[in-house]
Write a protein that binds this ligand. Structure first.
Ligand SMILES: [Zn+2]
Ligand SMILES: [Zn+2]
Ligand SMILES: [Zn+2]
Length: 116
């Protein structure tokens, strides 16, 4: 799964430059020439002079690239509002649930990849 994200250059805890991906705020139509991108995790902050948007995989494993944690949570909740399902962070399964705070039992442990 990928999500439309706008990148922010920032530094991680070790002072290394990383690219942090924020989810675009709801309702923003990107025409590729915006001078500002509202982001989902903040009501009043955003990215000035953004470097455009791109589809970023939720499971991001490129070096130097990270998802904004707050934006990921918002994305999961949006998803849940549409589908009634939320992805378990432990086993990756989509689980039907009626609240986002806790997941019902879903054989989580058995689904995790067996250790060799
Ligand atoms: Zn964010
Ligand atoms: Zn834009
Ligand atoms: Zn699970």
């Amino acid at each position: 799964m990928t999500m439309l994200a706008t990148p922010e250059r920032t530094r991680d805890d070790h002072g290394r430059t990383i690219q942090l991906s924020h989810l675009l705020a709801d309702g923003h139509r990107c025409d590729g020439e915006c001078d500002f991108h509202p982001i989902a995790c903040s009501n009043d902050e955003g990215i000035a002079l953004p470097a455009g948007t791109r589809d970023v995989p939720v499971a991001l494993d490129e070096p130097g690239q990270q998802w904004c944690g707050a934006c990921l949570v918002i994305a999961a909740q949006r998803d849940w509002q549409h589908t009634g399902r939320i992805r378990c962070a432990d086993c990756g399964a989509l689980v039907r649930t009626d609240n986002v705070a806790s997941l019902p039992a879903h054989r989580c442990v058995e689904r995790q990849p067996a250790e060799r």
